[in-house]
Structure formats: C-alpha cells, structure tokens
Design a protein around this ligand. Structure first.
Ligand code: AVJ
Ligand code: FE
Length: 439
C-alpha cells in the first residue's frame, strides 16, 4: 500500500516537473527554428542544446538510474554531456534538430512519469523523498533560467512578455541593518530536495556586522559611474582592473549611455534605466568596486545566510527570510512572473525578522566567498554537480533572481559563477564591519 505521504510526494514531484516543462516549452516555442539552433552568444548554448540536454539528464537519472529502464538514446549521451563540449563548441555538434529534440524530451517525460508511478520514495537511495525527481525539476528550471539569459542576449524583436512587478514600497528606512554576532545554523540536513552543496547543516560563528536592507539600485550604481568609479583602480582588485581594461567595461552589461541618461536593452525593449530597481548584469568585479567605493564590502556567504535565515527570537534558522512557508507571490519576485527585478521595497512581506528585504528573488547577489564544500560535504549524486567547481575560481551567488523558479531557490541555495560573468541576472548588496560605538 502506498502511504499518503508518498502519494503526496509523488504529486509534488509531478507538479514540479510539469511546471518546469511548461516553462521550457514557453521559452522554446516563442522563437522560430532558426533562432533555436543559432548561438546568440559564445557564452551560451543554442537553445536547442539546452532543450535536449534537459531530456538527456532526465533520461540518465530518472529513466535509467531510478527506473532501471533501457536507454532511449544512448547514442546522444556524449552530445549533451556539458563536460565533453564547452558552450562555444556546441553549435558545431550534430545536435538533434528542433522537432527531434521536442519529440525526445516528451518521450523521456512519458517514461519518467511511468518510473515515478512505480517508484518507492522511501529508503536511502536516490529516489528517497522524491529527491531524484526534485533534482531533475530543479535542473530543468536552472536551464530555463539559462535560456532566459540567452533570450536577453538575443538580438531582435521582443518575444517574451509578462506583467509589471509590484511598485516601489515605502522609503527604505533604515537602509542598513545590524546583524548581531554569534552562532547560527548554516546549510540544511532536512530540506528534502536541497542539493549536495547546501548540506549538511552546521554551526557558524559570525561577528556582528551591518548589511544593506536592500540590493544596490541602478540609481546608486549610476552615482558610482558618475563619480568616476570605472576610472579609478583604487576601487578594483588587480584582476578586476585588468578585466575592465581588456573589455572596455564602463557600465553594467546592456546599459547604453545617452548624454546624461542611461538606457538599457531588456528582452528586446529599449527603455530608460529605472533608478529604484536593483542593478543587474554586473560582474563580481564591478560589485566589489562599487562596495569599496561606498566604504563597504560584499557580505560573505555566511553573513548573507545569517541575515536571510536567523530568527533572533528563537535562534533557529528559517527556510526563507519570511518563515518556513514556500514562496508566494507576496514574498518574492521569482519564477519569471515578471521580466525584471521589482523596485526596492516592493516585497515587505518577504523581509527577514531583522528587516532585510528582497534577499530572495529579483537579482542573484554576489558574495565575497568562493565556492567550497561545507564541513562534512558528500557529493550526491554526482561529483560534476558541485564538487568539481569547488575552489577559488568561482564566487558564490545567493538568493535567486526574477528568473529563478521557487523549486530551485531556498535561503540555503548556492549558485556560483566566474567573477567576470555579466550575462546572468546578478546584482549585489553591500555589508560592512560595525563601527566602534555603533552597537
Ligand atoms: C548551478 C547554475 C552554476 O547552470 O552551470 C545545470 C546548474 N548544473 N546543469 C549551471 C547546472 C548542471 C549550474 N549552476
Ligand atoms: Fe545541465
């Protein structure tokens, strides 16, 4: 007999997979075949590669591994192995065409749902608590966000649309929050679909520090540009300064200068840069330079997570800044419900107990930390998800963006990228040490 819990878990897994597929379809059906096979930027795969790769991972983990079924297309495993072919080389591969890729992913999905119907979601294996299915739904959503970034790089008439996010909230007061020092629980050992790099839960001691109540806005960032921030090596790391020079970087990616005004291209629309929206499409280097210019610094990952999860009343860590409830539309700008970050103060219901806003959604936030395993880290289910990226080459981003689905976003969720990357929906907020007498 199937327990009630298990059937509920199966429903959740099926729901998460279906939500992801609806989004994948929307992102790949709005452009024509020539657009799907084109490489819009050397940084990205053709959309048709992401599409078939989504199916390929689902075949590997759900159909073959969990289900123990026969392979559907063992001949294409290599084509869709991200480690075999860098993104820049993918257009030259003998990829499945748009119609073949669509047929393949739906055939895999039918088989995966059959596996789900027969799977036991108990015990200690990959399917336990529906993890494998949750992991695959998250994987598809992560590629959907990557495809959304490809859409942003795509040149041509707009093809995506969405309603505007909620308006600016009350004036950001106070604009900084003191986070008291002491131990808190970082990471998780209980969240069923948390990925390997979020585990295990462990205690971390953090000194008292101050964090911005809101992400840094476009208006604030424009003031840094006006003050000559891009022209003064004092604010930049040596690597950042070299990178800025080599690429002639003068402003966030997709910004266009017009006299004193800043404009930007966003999903094919040219518009004025809105002052009160979190800045995005900045590299870690630009975030670092801004913070130094502002007399601040980027928060460490532990600081960011303490600000996001620590409840001063109980001393416990929450799943989300607002509590343990799954993200709702009132909490955070997630899931591509809108095609932009919301202005600061737009989500008062999503603030942390200490009054830190918009930690979840809107823009990914660069942190000062490089990507490393937590104490007791165990790679699961494969080293190539996280472990092979540990080291000083990658910086960690937290909190998710407007393009991140809730299934792939928790206050423990960790993303990472090279410090030079700007095509992702990344911004930042600043932190600083507490000043003497400020406590
Ligand atoms: C966690 C977003 C860095 O897209 O490279 C997708 C997620 N891993 N397929 C990425 C991922 C394998 C990963 N990031
Ligand atoms: Fe992938």
């Amino acid at each position: 007999l199937v327990s009630v819990d298990e059937s509920r878990l199966k429903e959740r897994a099926a729901e998460a997979m279906t939500t992801a597929r609806t989004r994948t379809r929307a992102l790949t059906d709005v452009v024509d075949d020539s657009d799907l096979v084109r490489q819009h930027s050397k940084l990205m795969s053709p959309l048709v590669w992401d599409l078939a790769h989504i199916g390929s991972q689902e075949e590997l983990w759900l159909v073959r591994d969990v289900g123990g079924r026969q392979p559907l297309r063992p001949d294409i495993d290599d084509l869709y192995d991200a480690f075999q072919h860098p993104r820049a080389d993918r257009p030259a591969l003998p990829l499945l065409g748009p119609a073949e890729a669509r047929a393949y992913v739906s055939e895999v999905r039918d088989k995966a749902f059959d596996v789900l119907a027969h799977a036991a979601l108990t015990g200690r294996d990959l399917a336990s608590n529906g993890f494998a299915f949750g992991m695959i739904a998250q994987h598809e959503q992560q590629h959907d966000e990557t495809m959304l970034a490809t859409h942003q790089l795509r040149v041509g008439d707009p093809v995506l649309s969405a309603p505007e996010p909620p308006p600016r909230g009350e004036d950001p007061e106070p604009d900084e929050v003191i986070v008291p020092g002491g131990r808190f629980t970082m990471g998780t050992s209980v969240e069923p679909w948390a990925l390997d790099n979020e585990r295990p839960a462990h205690e971390v001691d953090v000194d008292t520090f101050v964090i911005d109540a809101f992400p840094v806005t476009c208006g604030q960032f424009a003031a840094f540009i006006d003050a000559g921030g891009y022209d003064d090596p004092h604010w930049w790391t040596p690597d950042g300064w070299a990178y800025r020079g080599e690429h002639g970087i003068r402003a966030p990616r997709f910004w266009l200068a017009d006299g004193d005004a800043w404009w930007r291209r966003r999903f094919g629309v040219i518009e004025r840069v809105p002052d009160d929206e979190p800045v995005m499409h900045v590299s870690w280097h630009e975030a670092h330079a801004y913070a130094k210019w502002a007399g601040k610094r980027l928060p460490t990952e532990a600081e960011w997570e303490k600000a996001a999860r620590w409840d001063p009343d109980t001393g416990a860590s929450r799943r989300y800044p607002w509590g343990d409830a799954d993200p709702g539309a009132e909490h955070a700008n997630l899931g591509q419900r809108h095609l932009r970050p919301a202005p600061v103060g737009a989500y008062p219901a999503g603030a942390s107990p200490l009054g830190v806003h918009q930690l979840i959604g809107d823009v990914w936030e660069w942190t000062a930390s490089s990507f490393a395993g937590y104490p007791g880290f165990v790679a699961f289910p494969y080293r190539e998800y996280s472990e092979v990226f540990f080291g000083t080459k990658y910086a960690v981003l937290r909190g998710g963006s407007f393009g991140t689905d809730a299934v792939a976003c928790r206050a423990t969720f960790r993303n990472w990228d090279f410090p030079i990357r700007r095509q992702i929906f990344a911004g930042f907020r600043c932190a600083r040490d507490i000043a003497a007498g400020e406590r």
